[in-house]
Design a protein around this ligand. Structure first.
Ligand code: FE
Ligand code: FE
Ligand code: FE
Length: 169
């Protein structure tokens, strides 16, 4: 970490904006990663699931822009090294050779790691927004949190009902 990346966190609002920036960076990276995940998926429902979450993710980027606006701030991305790492793990799966059904199971494992990271991030940011008295920002973050949780659940259901059974044949 160099001089230019040193954070200054003095208030709940500073913290909230920093967290929003991290999520803003993460979601933007995910709008580029999700089409690759969809393309790499063999199962048509899994492919459709990634495509649907791409659309939701585009909406999540807009929600974060709205949240910054409500706080009277310019939307500013703060590099999210964790999502960079998780996306790079996803790329390892995308580029892997081998059985397509096993690859689908591996794609879900990579995707769920991302959803869990997002769930943690949005849960914390929502709580910081409430502490900061920014109820409308908290409501926006809650909407995205609900989408991330639903996506995670959908991935679990797909894995257990069809993808993992297919992969173990
Ligand atoms: Fe997201
Ligand atoms: Fe991060
Ligand atoms: Fe997500």
């Amino acid at each position: 970490m160099g001089l230019f990346t040193t954070k200054e966190l003095n208030s709940m609002e500073d913290l909230l904006c920093d967290q929003l920036g991290d999520l803003y960076d993460a979601e933007q990276r995910l709008t580029k990663a999700l089409p690759k995940m969809a393309k790499a998926a063999s199962d048509s429902k899994l492919k459709a699931g990634f495509e649907q979450h791409l659309k939701e993710t585009e909406g999540q980027v807009r929600r974060l822009e709205e949240a910054f606006k409500l706080l009277g701030k310019d939307a500013k991305a703060v590099t999210c090294n964790a999502i960079k790492g998780l996306i790079s793990e996803g790329e390892e799966v995308i580029n892997a050779s081998g059985d397509p059904d096993i690859k689908d199971a591996a794609l879900i494992a990579a995707a769920q790691r991302v959803e869990h990271y997002e769930i943690a991030g949005y849960g914390c940011a929502r709580n910081f927004a409430l502490r900061n008295g920014s109820k409308s920002v908290a409501a926006l973050l809650q909407e995205t949190l609900d989408e991330e949780k639903a996506t995670d659940q959908k991935l679990t259901e797909m894995a257990e009902s069809s993808i993992n059974p297919k992969a173990s044949h």
